[in-house]
Design a protein. Structure first.
Length: 239
């Protein structure tokens, strides 16, 4: 719990709740332990903050920072393409493959930044390209932490199943072997902002070059780049 007290009791209690959740997703019992507040008070305040969008719930039902903060701050993900470009260029040079950044738009994902392999056989995804949320490692990342109802609905049409998304949440990255396009392999990792996945950072290339285990080859590099793009991501512990 924060040591800073305003003297206004309810404000100090709310601040303590927000500080605890900002560190990582919290169950109600963990919030009670972190803040030292009564269970009934903690639940009442957290529920009120959820009503206003200042707190939310992750797929496991834990309290997380709410999406309303992003709106109040003026959509902090608007700067992602510009911030991502040098990271994508470096990732391209480090891996020798093309790199992209995807954000979700409804039931599709959109490439908002890209850096193509300089020469030779490559996977090119132009900025502005609209791809499905039902195939590819980027789709898996964006869907793995999506709202449960969205996840269930899109999984009915997806080239992967719920167990694949559970693996993504556990290890922190996703792979694809010819799902979106025959002969193309990819690795993606989540970009976090305010406790939410706001984008998927991806490396893609020919299956013959990346092999059938692209995550073993490039997973750590992709995750490291995605983490550098999440300076205030407050990334929760993987499950």
């Amino acid at each position: 719990m924060t040591d800073i007290l305003s003297g206004v009791g309810v404000v100090d209690k709310v601040a303590a709740l927000l500080e605890a959740v900002a560190a990582s997703p919290r169950t109600l019992a963990e919030l009670v332990a972190d803040t030292g507040q009564a269970r009934a008070t903690t639940h009442r305040l957290a529920s009120a903050l959820e009503t206003h969008g200042l707190l939310g719930r992750d797929p496991e039902g834990r309290w997380v920072v709410g999406a309303r903060w992003a709106e109040l701050a003026g959509r902090p993900d608007d700067d992602l393409p510009a911030l991502a470009q040098p990271l994508l260029d470096r990732l391209r040079d480090d891996t020798g493959e093309s790199a992209q950044l995807f954000i979700r738009r409804g039931d599709s994902r959109v490439c908002v930044a890209a850096s193509d392999r300089r020469a030779g056989l490559r996977d090119t995804v132009p900025v502005g390209a609209v791809l499905p949320m039902t195939a590819g490692s980027g789709a898996k990342v964006l869907l793995a932490w999506a709202a449960p109802e969205d996840r269930a609905r899109l999984l009915e049409q997806a080239a992967f199943g719920a167990s694949s998304l559970a693996d993504v949440r556990r290890r922190g990255w996703a792979t694809s072997l010819g799902e979106r396009e025959a002969g193309v392999s990819s690795v993606s990792a989540p970009v976090w902002r305010s406790g939410q996945v706001v984008a998927a950072l991806c490396v893609s290339g020919p299956l013959e070059r990346l092999g059938r285990a692209p995550g073993s080859r490039h997973g750590a590099s992709v995750v490291a780049a995605a983490d550098r793009l999440s300076p205030f991501g407050l990334r929760p512990a993987l499950s």
